[in-house]
Design a protein around this ligand. Structure first.
Ligand code: SF4
Length: 250
């Protein structure tokens, strides 16, 4: 019995680089799965659609999208007055919205069922890069064998960016637009490029009943950061454009 080869595709630079290299090496997976939390940036959805077409044009399978059926992560946070669990130091948002929908799909996928029935395990490739080798764990799992090709190839983030760029795509990180792992610079960037999404993230934050943490930044609130940035920007609104430097002598 052939071991089914599946890819847990994350929609970002690393797992895209992994697939580009697999195509180059003519390693064709049986299934590429992407779990959609419902909170990716519009450009990420666009990228995934284009990347999927590119894969098909190269004889690879299209990207199969799966979702937690009941509601998006944003809806879940709003309904339950909570933040994504990462804000409290747990990973259940990723387990519930990323890992479980993929596993559920695989539980009903015939090649996986046949494989398990004959006592085998399904091979799952994950795109952690060499700089994240500590995440590449050798799980003792009855159903899956986990493999981390980028770690094996010694590909770091820079190498992945280069490979994705050379294939004609714009490298970008994939994550929920309200992810508590976002750095302050990324939050400010979001408020400028996608003010509507930043507003929705702030709504999640305002709506959450918090005791031990302050907001999406855990010990700081996204709303405060965005507000203080806006008021600082306003300070400069009255200045002539271009702003003369201190040693300007007209
Ligand atoms: S991207 Fe962030 S918020 Fe979204 S599921 Fe993953 S850890 Fe949770």
């Amino acid at each position: 019995m052939k071991t089914p080869l599946t890819v847990a595709y994350g929609g970002g630079t690393n797992s895209s680089a992994m697939l580009i290299e697999m195509e180059k090496r003519k390693v064709v997976p049986d299934l590429i799965l992407f779990a959609d939390t419902g909170g990716e940036l519009p450009e990420t959805y666009e990228f995934i659609a284009n990347f999927s077409k590119w894969l098909v044009s190269k004889g690879m399978p299209e990207i199969t999208q799966v979702r937690y059926a009941r509601e998006t992560l944003e809806e879940n946070c709003l309904r339950s007055n909570i933040l994504p669990s990462l804000a409290y130091g747990f990973k259940s948002c990723s387990l519930k919205y990323k890992v479980q929908p993929q596993n559920k799909f695989l539980n009903n996928w015939q090649p996986a069922k046949d494989c398990w029935q004959s006592g085998g395990r399904v091979l799952k490739l994950i795109g952690y890069d060499a700089g994240e080798a500590r995440r590449a764990k050798d799980y003792d799992d009855k159903k899956y064998i986990y493999e981390y090709p980028l770690v094996r190839w010694g590909w770091n983030r820079e190498k992945c960016v280069q490979v994705v760029t050379e294939a004609g795509f714009k490298p970008a990180k994939s994550s929920c637009f309200f992810c508590p792992a976002m750095r302050k610079t990324e939050v400010l960037q979001l408020s400028k490029t996608h003010p509507d999404l930043a507003r929705r993230a702030v709504l999640i934050e305002r709506n959450a009943r918090l005791k031990k943490i302050k907001g999406l930044g855990r010990n700081w609130r996204w709303e405060d950061l965005i507000r203080s940035d806006e008021s600082q920007t306003r300070l400069f609104d009255d200045l002539p454009d271009p702003v003369p430097c201190g040693c300007y002598d007209g």
